[in-house]
Design a protein around this ligand. Structure first.
Ligand code: NAI
Ligand code: MG
Length: 499
């Protein structure tokens, strides 16, 4: 018996819905060519939710053909761009209408707390709506080159875009990828992460309801070395956008170079510093360093995983931070009170606990946490290390879990040097009540985003993306549109005829 193309699911909170399980190609859910499926796991129970169809290279080919046909033979890229805006507005509206359901799907599949999933899905709707507004506001220039030529530039879409996303914010990463690509007239083949395929398939179903033309968006469930690799190597894909680990980012860039020199944008890992100065408001700072690392179970590319506290308030901050960590409610992500749900996979649990062991071997002091919560599910206690040295691996490497290091510092120059001593540069946080210090330190930090007296504060109009090995290119804001357009210059010779 082949697996059905949709299954009825009753969520732990009682909501019932129909979950598509096929690959979404040319506007339809279809079986994969091999007929193979793979299990989707609920990380808070470790049980199988359903099977979904698994895409391989030949399915990617079919999706690329559909996307190319939609780009070349329909009016998607050529008609009044406001029409694309109408589709995206409609999709944003449907997502908002189904917010509770999609948030619940996300919590089931990813393990994150329901209160956080609701925030994610609101951001998904907000970003798609913001992108809808851009559709008819992306244009070229009239360039003054003297009276002998009439010169202008156009911003044209690239064609079929390949997009590969991770599992920590499945729906939100989908939105960050597809919205600017579609808004600018491209068509898309998106591959979800193998641990979290469900919400993207549901959103794909909503694009059917919103009336999207066939082939404009295609969604493939599958694994990196097979489906992912096929996307990065595909000769008809013009651009690749990726979010995930720096190691995989490197492979993606290499594949893009060795195939057809696809344009590449990457949003990669981080080891972001979060600094607290003596003059900070202590309760705000502690709330933000706690939110900075324990939000989304620490599975955040820009997690504030290196905390630096100035010596005058170090003891006070560390004590309050420990109290905060102990008060974080960890457990059943459908419980309204829970802030920290399950890690997304067994692989992540193993990786995080290995780092905890390593930290202890390296001589760091474990202040709290450091262990798995007993019983079923991938739950890890909020973990703080102090007494760390800058060259310890737990200070240098991305752990991607609720594990943070705390370091004492004396001077502004010293902390800036430590903060910038990283191969990454995604984000940074700082806490001070001195506006001069806020601006001066922000200027001197090597990071794509600096948050002052706040953390993890996203907005659709604010560009996000890394310095150093944290990535290439920006997502969101006007900058995201640059990744999905190419500029054509047109010069027309003008003959000034004397009659
Ligand atoms: P990953 O970077 O390998 O996976 C992310 C996505 O890339 C998934 O969709 C995966 O299927 C795809 N992928 C993997 N190998 C590929 C390949 N050769 N070609 C094309 N696509 C490929 O990350 P993974 O293994 O899930 O997690 C490992 C570590 O990566 C985490 O512990 C964390 O440190 C980091 N990570 C960082 C993220 C971020 O947002 N910066 C997100 C996810 C993981
Ligand atoms: Mg899952």
């Amino acid at each position: 018996m082949p697996h059905p193309l949709s299954v009825n699911i009753t969520l732990p909170n009682g909501l019932k819905y129909e979950q598509p399980t096929g690959l979404f190609i040319n506007g339809e859910f279809v079986k994969s060519k091999t007929g193979k499926t793979f299990p989707v796991i609920d990380p808070s129970t470790e049980e199988v939710i359903t099977e979904v169809y698994e895409g391989f290279a030949e399915d990617v080919d079919a999706a690329v053909d559909a996307a190319e046909t939609a780009f070349n033979t329909t009016t998607w890229a050529t008609e009044d761009p406001a029409v694309r805006g109408k589709y995206l507005y409609k999709l944003a509206e449907l997502i908002e209408k189904n917010k509770e359901l999609i948030a619940s799907i996300e919590t089931l599949d990813n393990g994150k707390a329901i209160q956080l999933s609701r925030g994610d899905i609101q951001l998904v709707a907000d970003y798609i709506r913001s992108s809808a507004g851009w559709c008819d506001k992306v244009f070229g220039k009239l360039i003054e080159t003297g009276s002998s030529h009439f010169t202008y530039s156009r911003r044209e879409p690239l064609g079929v875009c390949g997009q590969i996303i991770p599992w920590n914010f499945p729906a939100l990463m989908m939105a960050w990828k597809i919205a600017p690509a579609l808004a600018t007239g491209n068509t898309v083949v998106l591959k979800t992460a193998e641990t979290t395929p469900l919400s993207a398939l549901y959103i794909a179903k909503l694009t059917q309801e919103a009336g999207f033309p066939k082939g404009v968006l295609n969604v493939i469930s599958g694994f990196g070395p097979t489906a992912g690799s096929a996307i990065t190597l595909h000769p008809k894909i013009k651009k690749i956008a990726f979010t995930g680990s720096t190691a995989t980012g490197r492979v993606i860039m290499k594949n893009a170079a060795e195939s057809n020199l696809k344009k590449v944008t990457l949003e990669l890992g981080g080891k972001s510093p979060n600094i607290v100065f003596n003059d900070a408001d202590v309760s705000t700072a502690v709330a933000n360093i706690s939110f900075g690392i324990f939000y989304n179970s620490g599975e955040v590319c820009c997690a504030g995983s290196r905390v630096y506290v100035q010596e005058g308030i170090y003891d006070k901050v560390l004590e309050a931070f420990k109290k905060d960590a102990l008060a974080v409610k960890v457990g059943n992500p459908f419980d309204e009170e829970v802030f920290q749900g399950a890690q997304t996979s067994q692989m992540q649990v193993d990786k995080i606990l290995d780092y905890v062991k390593l930290g202890q071997q390296e001589g760091a002091k474990l202040i709290t946490g450091g262990e798995r919560v007993e019983g079923k599910g991938y739950f890890i206690k909020p973990t703080i290390f102090s007494d760390v040295e800058e060259d310890m691996r737990i200070v240098k490497e991305e752990i991607f879990g609720p594990v943070v290091t705390v370091t004492k510092f004396k001077t502004v120059d010293e902390v800036i040097e430590m903060a910038n001593n990283s191969e990454y540069g995604l984000a940074a946080g700082l806490h001070t009540t001195d506006v001069n210090k806020a601006v001066d330190v922000s200027n001197r930090l090597k990071a794509g985003t600096v948050w002052v007296n706040t953390y993890n504060a996203f907005h659709p109009m604010v560009p996000f993306g890394g310095y150093n090995q944290s990535g290439i290119g920006k997502e969101m804001g006007a900058e995201a549109l640059d990744n999905y357009t190419q500029v054509k210059a047109v010069r027309i010779k003008i003959e000034s005829k004397k009659e």
